[in-house]
Design a binder for this molecule. Structure first.
Ligand code: NAD
Length: 502
C-alpha cells in the first residue's frame, strides 16, 4: 500500500470495520502539506454498531476477575512499550510533532496503563463489622457499562490513554472517538489490545466528526463520556451529555501563565519559557502561552528568550535535527499566524516574528510557523484573551506580584500555571492564591503523574472529576453500600422503627 492510499477505518467488535463509508476526511502530512490518506467518518449506523459491540462485551467483561484484567493490562503495557517507535512514527506523520516528543507522549500514556495495572488494589472497598450488633456494612465500586472517550488532535495516543486503561480496568467497555486529524494511532492501539488478549468489543474505535460525537452523546446505552478538546466543544459535550443523563467530564482549552518574580533565576526561567512555549509547536494544553514578567525583569528576560529562540531548529518531525515541527493543518497555521498581526494592531510589539524563522529540510507547502513572541500584551488584546494553540508566546509586564496573580485569576481558563522564584514563601503564597488546577513551582509544565489526577478549573473543565489517578477510578465506577445480616437464632422480630444502630 502506498502512503497516499492510506485508509483508516473503525475498529468494532475486535476487528477493523469492513463496510463502505458514506463520508471520509483527508489525512495530511503537516510537514509536506500533502494528503496522505483518508479516514472514514462514522454515520449513526456505525455508532450503533460500536455501542452494541461494547454493550454485549460488557455483560461478560464486568465479571472477569480483577487478576485476569490486570494480567491483560500488563500484557498491553509490554506491547505498547515495544511499539513506542511505531506509534510515534504514526503520530509524527499525521500530527507533525518531532519523533522524540511523540515517543514522550506514548511514555506518559503508558504511566496510566501502569497505574491501571494496580486495579485490584484500586477497587478495594471498605468493610465495617458490627455496624449494628450482628450487622456488617461494606462498600463496593462497580463499572458503569459502555463509556465513550472523545479526544483532541494534539495527543493522539496520550489523551486516549488517560481514559481507556482505567475505564477498562474498572470493568467498563470503551468506545474511543479520536480526532479525525490524526486517527492512525488509535488503530494500532486497538490491535495491541487484541494481541494482549482483551476480549472483542471491550475496546472499540469510532472514527469521525460531529456526527459520531452527537451519536455517542445521545445513545441511550452510553453511560458516561470523557472529553478532551477545545472549550466551546467541551461545554457542548458536557451540556448535551448531562442532559441525556450521562456522567460527563469534559476538559477544555487553556491559557497557561508563567509568572516570573524579580528574584527568579532568569536563565532557568528563559529556558523554561522557550521549552514550554514552543515544545510541540505550542500545541499542548499545558503549553506556556502567557509569560507574566514582574518588573523590572521583563527586558532582560525577553533578551534571554530571543537568544534561545534564534537557536531553535524547526523542521519535519522525522528529521532528527528538528526540535519543533509544523502545525497540524494549513488552516490552523494561518489562524495562529493571524494573531501576530492582530496582536500588534491591538497594542503589542512583535519581539520575534516566527514567519521569518528558517525551516530546515522542510517542504515549502508544509504548515510551518516558527516561534514568535508578542511583547507588551495585556488583557483585551485577543492574542492574550484567546487560546492561540500555536508557537506564539505572549509576554505581559506587571509591577507587582499581586497584579500578576490578579491577571492569572481573571483568566477564563484555569488549566496550568507556574511561578518562577527563589523565594519559598512567595511560591507557597502563589500555590495558595492561584485559581488554577495544576500549578508548577519552577516547573513550567506541571502535568501530574498518572497516580494523581489531571484537570483544570473554570472553563478548562466542565464536570466535577479530573482524569486518571483515583478520580479516574471514581469517574468510571459507581458506589454501592451493602448492609448485611446473617441471622443467628437470637435475632429477629418485627421493628417498624427507622434502622439505627441503637
Ligand atoms: P476540538 O474541540 O476541535 O476537537 C476535540 C474533539 O471534538 C475531536 O474528537 C473532534 O472531532 C470533536 N469535535 C470537533 N468539533 C465538534 C463539534 N462541533 N461537535 C462535536 N464534536 C466536535 O479540539 P482539537 O482542536 O482537536 O484540540 C485542541 C484543543 O484541545 C485545544 O483547545 C486544547 O487546549 C484542548 N486540549 C485540552 C486538554 C486538557 O487537558 N484540558 C488536553 C489536550 C487538548
Amino acid at each position: 500500500m502506498t502512503e497516499s492510499s492510506k485508509h483508516v477505518t473503525h475498529w468494532i467488535g475486535g476487528k477493523p470495520w469492513d463496510g463502505t463509508a458514506e463520508r471520509q476526511g483527508d489525512i495530511y502530512d503537516p510537514a509536506t502539506g500533502q494528503v496522505t490518506g483518508h479516514v472514514d467518518f462514522a454515520s449513526p449506523a456505525e455508532v450503533d454498531a460500536a455501542v452494541d459491540a461494547a454493550r454485549t462485551a460488557f455483560q461478560s467483561w464486568k465479571n472477569v476477575s480483577l487478576s485476569k484484567r490486570a494480567a491483560i493490562l500488563f500484557k498491553f503495557r509490554e506491547l505498547v512499550h515495544s511499539h513506542v517507535a511505531d506509534l510515534a512514527a504514526l503520530i509524527t506523520a499525521e500530527h507533525g510533532k518531532v519523533a522524540s516528543d511523540a515517543a514522550g507522549e506514548v511514555a506518559r500514556g503508558l504511566e496510566v496503563v501502569e497505574f491501571a495495572c494496580g486495579i485490584p488494589h484500586l477497587l478495594k472497598g471498605g468493610f465495617s463489622e458490627n455496624v449494628s450488633t450482628g450487622v456488617d456494612s461494606y462498600s463496593i465500586r462497580q463499572p458503569l457499562g459502555v463509556v465513550a472517550g472523545i479526544t483532541p488532535f494534539n495527543f493522539p495516543a496520550m489523551v486516549p490513554m488517560w481514559m481507556f486503561p482505567i475505564a477498562i480496568a474498572c470493568g467498563n467497555t470503551f468506545v474511543l472517538k479520536p480526532s479525525e486529524k490524526d486517527p492512525s494511532a488509535s488503530l494500532l492501539i486497538a490491535q495491541l489490545w487484541a494481541e494482549a488478549g482483551l476480549p472483542e468489543g471491550v475496546f472499540n474505535v469510532l472514527q469521525g466528526d460531529k456526527v459520531a460525537v452527537d451519536g455517542l452523546l445521545h445513545h441511550p446505552d452510553v453511560a458516561a463520556v470523557s472529553f478532551v478538546g477545545s472549550t466551546p466543544i467541551a461545554r457542548y459535550v458536557y451540556e448535551q451529555g448531562t442532559q441525556a443523563g450521562k456522567r460527563v467530564q469534559a476538559l477544555g482549552g487553556a491559557k497557561n501563565h508563567m509568572v516570573v518574580l524579580p528574584d527568579a533565576d532568569l536563565d532557568l526561567a528563559a529556558d523554561a519559557a522557550v521549552s514550554a512555549g514552543f515544545g510541540s509547536a505550542g500545541e499542548r494544553c499545558m503549553a506556556i502561552s502567557a509569560l507574566v514578567a514582574v518588573e523590572p525583569v521583563g527586558d532582560e528576560l525577553i533578551e534571554k528568550i530571543k537568544t534561545r529562540i534564534a537557536k531553535l531548529r524547526v523542521g519535519p518531525g522525522t528529521d532528527e535535527r528538528a526540535e519543533m515541527g509544523p502545525l497540524v493543518t494549513g488552516a490552523h497555521r494561518d489562524k495562529v499566524a493571524s494573531y501576530l498581526d492582530s496582536g500588534v494592531r491591538e497594542g503589542a510589539t512583535l519581539a520575534v516574528d516566527g514567519r521569518a524563522h528558517p525551516i530546515i529540510g522542510g517542504e515549502s507547502a508544509g504548515f510551518w510557523l516558527g516561534p514568535s513572541v508578542l511583547d507588551h500584551v495585556a488583557p483585551g488584546n485577543s492574542a492574550y484573551d484567546d487560546e492561540i494553540f500555536g508557537p506564539v508566546l505572549s509576554v505581559a509586564r506587571t509591577d507587582s506580584y499581586e497584579e500578576a496573580v490578579e491577571m492569572v485569576n481573571n483568566s477564563q481558563y484555569g488549566n496550568g500555571t507556574a511561578v518562577f522564584t527563589n523565594d519559598g514563601g512567595a511560591a507557597r503564597r502563589f500555590v495558595n492564591e492561584i485559581q488554577v488546577g495544576m500549578v508548577g513551582v519552577n516547573v513550567p509544565i506541571p502535568v501530574p503523574m498518572a497516580f494523581y489526577s489531571f484537570g483544570g478549573w473554570k472553563n478548562s473543565l466542565f464536570g466535577d472529576t479530573h482524569v486518571h489517578g483515583t478520580e479516574g477510578v471514581h469517574f468510571y465506577t459507581r458506589g454501592k453500600v451493602v448492609t448485611s445480616r446473617w441471622l443467628d437464632p437470637s435475632h429477629g422480630g418485627v421493628n417498624l422503627g427507622f434502622p439505627t444502630n441503637a
